[in-house]
Each structure stands twice: as C-alpha cells, then as structure tokens.
Write a protein of this length. Structure first.
Length: 334
C-alpha cells in the first residue's frame, strides 16, 4: 500500500523538478492539496529555473519515478490468452469505463495520480500532433480487465518508414490481462515497430518478453512535500501487518505549522500522526519527513546519509514495514 496523489484535501504536494517552488501562505497551500497527494498542476506558465537542492530547501524530497521503456514489437508475446479480446473504445464516449478499470488498479500502486473525467479526455484521449490515439478495452472470461490507449506515429528512417507505438496509458487487473496488452502491441510487429511505455522500476513486464530487449530510455524523479502532517499520514495506505510508532522532531522554517515533534502510529492498515510536547531522539527536516512519508528512499539509507538522525534499528524496521508495498512511480508526467 502507498500514497496516491489526489484532489480535495490538504496534506501532500508532488512536483516535478524543473520549476522553482513558490512560497505560499498556509491557507492557500492547503486548499487544493490532497492527503497523500495533490492535484497535478496543469499550469506550466512559470518556467523559472530550479534545481533539486532548491526544492529540498523548501521541504521537498524524492517521492517516485517516471520511467519510459522501449522494446521491439517482434519481441513481445503475441499469443492471446484464452477468452480474452480487445474492443475498440470510441474517443468521444464517456471515459467512465476507463476510470473504473484504472480505479481497480489504484490500490495496488503507490504514487499514482487520481484522474477525473477531464484528465482522461484532455491528457489521455486528447488528440496529439500525430493525430488521435487508438483506445481499447480488454475483456476476459470474468469480465472487464484492462485498457490501452496507443499513439501510432510513422516517420521516415534511413532504411525506410519507421513505426513508433507509444503507449499513452494502459493497465490490467490480471496476468492474462497484461499478456493481452502485450499481444495487442505485438500486432504491430509486421511494421517492424518499436513500442514505448511508462512503468515502474524495475518493470515486471520484462518477465514476459521473449528476449532481453527491454530498454530504459528515460527516467525522471518527482518530488513531494508534506504540508499537513495529520491529514497526510491518515490518508495514505498501509499494509495490514505494519504496526508500531515512530517519534521524530522536525525542523521546518518554511511551514512553521509542521515544525515540532510528531508521533506517527500505524496499526491494522491505518495510520495517524499527532503532535507531542516532548523532544525526540530521531530528528530531521521537512525534506526528511517527506521522504519518510513517500517511501521512495529506503529508511536505512536516510539514516546512513544523515537525512534522519537518531533512528534505531527498530525505527528502520518500522518504516520498512510501512513501505512494504511497491515503490512509488507514476505514469503521468506533470
């Protein structure tokens, strides 16, 4: 279990390094932000230069990856599982079927962005320079399973036309569903196409490829910051078996309402954080607290590198249990 970027509640704000964070008053910062995430900003009208250390000084920390992979279509498994089929999805239709299938996957992922209908229409199904995408629903014997939105581009190469299949978005609820998606894109092998998609690092689909052909062609790390400590830790997901508590003293000059000592307690798949009137052996700054929350960086590494000081082996084990799920990543570049 992990955290999901969402709209509606204060708590956590993700960004992609490359634009300088702007200082905000507490009320304005909290309103559009979600516990465990935030509404991705679609306004990129502030192309100010920024580097990672500026974001860290503002309390941000690495929170996950955006990774682009590529493989030859001829090396993807082409056999369809029994009873599975792909049905074209009209781009003008209500994206609810896509939203429903995505929602089924969301609890199994960490770091994803929750999408409303406008997100699907504009950013996933919207027309691009190469033309409108192709969308499909994958159904199996048990009913709805997966989906795929593909962008097809053909360009002139040194030895003739080159076809690029860009997976704008896809996902499946079962292994057979994923095999179906690979078989769908393998259908472009007659065009000697290359297929590119976004996925976690490492990419489990490598286990299904015929050859060692999966190439990581680009990776970016996004950053995030805890703005509302109680809301953020209460809203994220936790493994059922994770239990324990951790007290840490946080120094935060940017958001003084975060500054102080906090106890994080997890039990039975739920968590909470409360301010306490005492000192703590473990200490960090706002960036370290955000790193502990997100789970992209290992707690032991945070201790070794001095990002969080004073942690005991039991503290590190606690955070390992909290982040026992998948490492956070996002298919959305924002």
């Amino acid at each position: 279990m992990g955290w999901t970027a969402a709209a509606g509640r204060p708590g956590f704000r993700p960004v992609r390094p490359g634009r300088a964070p702007r200082p905000r008053r507490r009320r304005r910062a909290a309103a559009p932000l979600a516990a465990g995430g935030a509404r991705p900003r679609r306004d990129h009208r502030h192309p100010l230069p920024a580097t990672v250390h500026l974001y860290r000084r503002a309390g941000f920390a690495y929170a996950g990856t955006w990774t682009l992979y590529e493989a030859s279509a001829r090396h993807l498994p082409s056999a369809w599982p029994d009873g599975y089929r792909a049905v074209p999805f009209p781009l003008s239709d209500d994206p609810a079927p896509l939203q429903e299938r995505f929602a089924r996957l969301l609890p199994t992922r960490s770091g994803q962005v929750e999408r409303d209908a406008a997100w699907w229409r504009e950013l996933v199904l919207g027309e691009r320079e190469g033309g409108p995408p192709q969308a499909y629903l994958v159904d199996g014997p048990e009913g709805p399973d997966g989906w795929a939105v593909l962008g097809i581009e053909e360009r002139a190469g040194s030895h003739g036309p080159v076809t690029q299949v860009s997976v704008l978005d896809w996902g499946a609820a079962s292994a057979a569903g994923w095999r179906s998606l690979l078989a769908l894109t393998a259908g472009f092998s007659s065009l000697d196409a290359t297929v590119a998609w976004k996925g976690p690092d490492p990419e489990p689909l490598a286990l299904l490829l015929r050859e060692e052909d999966l190439r990581q062609i680009r990776q970016a790390r996004f950053m995030a910051r805890v703005l509302d400590v109680p809301d953020a830790f209460a809203a994220r997901g936790y493994p059922e078996q994770a239990r324990g508590r951790f007290t840490v003293e946080v120094a935060d000059e940017v958001c003084p309402w975060v500054d102080g000592t906090w106890t994080v307690e997890v039990d039975g798949g739920e968590g909470k954080a409360a301010r306490v009137d005492s000192r703590a052996a473990a200490r960090t700054d706002a960036s370290g607290l955000s790193a502990l929350f997100a789970g992209y960086m290992d707690a032991g590494d945070l201790a070794t590198m001095g990002i969080v000081t004073g942690m005991t082996p039991e503290d590190v084990s606690f955070w390992h249990a909290v982040h026992a799920g998948p490492r956070p990543w996002s298919a959305d570049y924002y």
